[in-house]
Design a protein around this ligand. Structure first.
Ligand code: ADP
Ligand code: MG
Length: 498
């Protein structure tokens, strides 16, 4: 975000607030002086200041020295509480002036902090903070049940760890490679690239490497970003004329770089170039890189060859949809985490009915857990069937694989599967191919990207274009609709047989 945007945002946000606060003060001063005293409220400035400071400092510093809670406001002062006198002394030395400067900057008012000591309920506070009069020792922190939160890496989702990842036939190779890499950074397989369809566990597995490394050594510089935020940061650097050096320093000094969804880099030439140099720098100094992608690297479009070849240099492993046993095991594990008893037969019907990916599996389970929470009933097979009937009706269609659609359409036009998937551009092939893509989009949940992958690694824009073509033809040719309906019927019949 540019400085202008930032300023605009602040102005948008604060000016009405300031006006309101000031109006209240004036009105109060004029008529009801006593009440005015209770009407100061600088909490919004406090929270914004905390938010900004949190972004500026290390997670460790934040966890250690910002266990401060807003209490109330008085004229020109913000009253905050800290858990002990020791803490108060420490904070006033370490952070008070920083916080005051920030609040004054945000509010434009001469605000000061005033501390009160207030003992916290253990369960309320979730950070590992010294709440006694003694200086915290590493030992004390280690024995605290809150250590995990204290040591959390700010870019990693803590629950995306190996412990919560169920290994099945579909992901065995990728998981074992990931575990091995987390123990041998930069030396075993570099880069490591995990690819596969949506919701199959790519992000989870990639972040598990990060979390395992972080747990073993918090001195490791781990950077975990999506390709999208890497791109935005790069663009931002150019537009705001920030120093390219900062960007370079940040990425090229990582010990472990994790970038999610690199298919996003397609068509982004400038960012690809920057990533290439980052890659070279890290590779040259044996720093580990891990990437995820929704398709094999060879199928990326508008992607620089040199970058593609760098990605292929390491280990590329795909994730497949899980089989029944793995789906059941995943559900079981997620249930255990929620400490909710869900009968095995309920898990069984979910695992049988939802075959597409883990994310959908999880969504179904979440729905049942929410239901049982809200309605205060135990989940039975009947409840599950009833609650999930909408989701379950899709998998019936979900059994319709892209392969079946391509095969039925190819047969109808007397083509082979290879021809319909292939590169040939004759009219006799192009039309059936477009029709098959259109039908796939009509009767399944596959995205244009996924359809493109199945159709010989075509770009999602090609799929969109094909669908538009058929839509146009459907408008002018009523006979085509009959053909489409007939094909859909055959596809459905074929898929229920399988
Ligand atoms: P992707 O990045 O491939 O789209 P995610 O990693 O976001 O998929 O996974 C989707 C959801 O499914 C996440 O909540 C993740 O925790 C869960 N998940 C995927 N695979 C597994 C697995 N093998 N074991 C446990 N949970 C999984
Ligand atoms: Mg993902």
């Amino acid at each position: 975000m540019s400085i202008d945007d930032e300023l605009q945002k602040k102005t948008f946000f604060y000016v009405p607030f300031l006006l309101l606060t000031h109006c209240v003060l004036i009105v109060d001063n004029l008529w009801i002086n006593e009440v005015a005293m209770t009407n100061w409220d600088y909490s919004v400035f406090w929270h914004e200041a905390m938010k900004q400071i949190h972004q500026e400092i290390s997670e460790q510093e934040w966890a250690m020295w910002f266990n401060i809670e807003y209490e109330s406001s008085e004229e020109n002062s913000v009253i905050v509480s800290v858990p002990s006198s020791f803490y108060k002394d420490q904070v006033s030395q370490r952070s008070q002036s920083r916080i005051e400067t920030k609040i004054q900057e945000i509010s434009g008012l001469p605000l000061h902090l005033e501390f009160i000591v207030k003992k916290r309920d253990a369960h309320v506070k979730d950070r590992a903070i010294p709440d006694t009069e003694t200086k915290p020792t590493q030992q004390a922190l280690k024995t605290s049940s809150q250590v995990q939160e204290f040591s959390k890496h700010h870019q990693l989702m803590e629950h995306y760890c190996f412990e919560s990842y169920v290994i099945g036939d579909n992901n065995m190779f990728a998981s074992n490679a990931a575990i091995a890499i987390s123990k041998n950074l930069g030396t075993l397989y570099n880069p490591f690239l995990i690819y596969g369809g949506v919701g199959l566990g790519k992000t989870h597995l990639m972040q598990s490497i990060g979390n395992a490394v972080w747990k073993a050594n918090q001195k490791t510089k781990i950077i975990c970003v999506t390709a999208e935020s890497f791109t935005n940061e790069f663009i931002d650097m150019i537009h705001t004329k920030k120093s390219p050096q900062d960007f370079k320093n940040k990425y090229r000094t990582a010990d472990l770089l994790l970038i999610d969804d690199i298919h996003f880099f397609q068509e982004k030439e400038g960012t690809q170039e920057e990533l290439f140099h980052t890659f070279e720098a890290l590779y040259g100094s044996n720093k580990q890189m891990v990437f995820t992608c929704d398709r094999p690297v060879s199928e990326l479009k508008n992607f620089s060859d040199r970058l593609r070849s760098r990605f292929e240099r390491g280990l590329n492993v795909d994730l497949q949809p899980p089989n029944y046993e793995t789906r059941f095991a995943i559900l079981k594990k997620k249930c255990d985490n929620h400490k909710k008893p869900i009968p095995g037969e309920v898990l069984d019907i979910i695992a049988k009915n939802i075959t597409s990916n883990v994310r959908d599996l999880e969504a179904a389970l979440m729905k049942l857990l929410a239901y049982s929470d809200l309605v205060k009933k135990d989940i039975t097979v009947e409840i599950a069937q009833n609650q999930l009937k909408d989701i379950f009706s899709q998998p019936k269609q979900g059994n319709i694989t892209q392969e079946i659609i391509m095969k039925v359409v190819a047969d109808y036009f007397n083509l082979s599967l290879n021809e319909i998937k292939g590169k040939k551009k004759t009219k006799a092939v192009v039309f059936p191919r477009q029709l098959a893509m259109y039908i796939t989009r009509e009767i399944t949940e596959f995205s244009t990207t996924e359809v493109g992958i199945e159709f010989g690694g075509r770009d999602h824009t090609t799929v969109m274009h094909s669908c538009q073509k058929i839509e146009e033809k459907l408008k002018s040719d009523p006979m085509l609709d009959t053909t489409v309906q007939k094909l859909i019927r055959t596809i459905k019949e074929t898929s229920t047989k399988n």
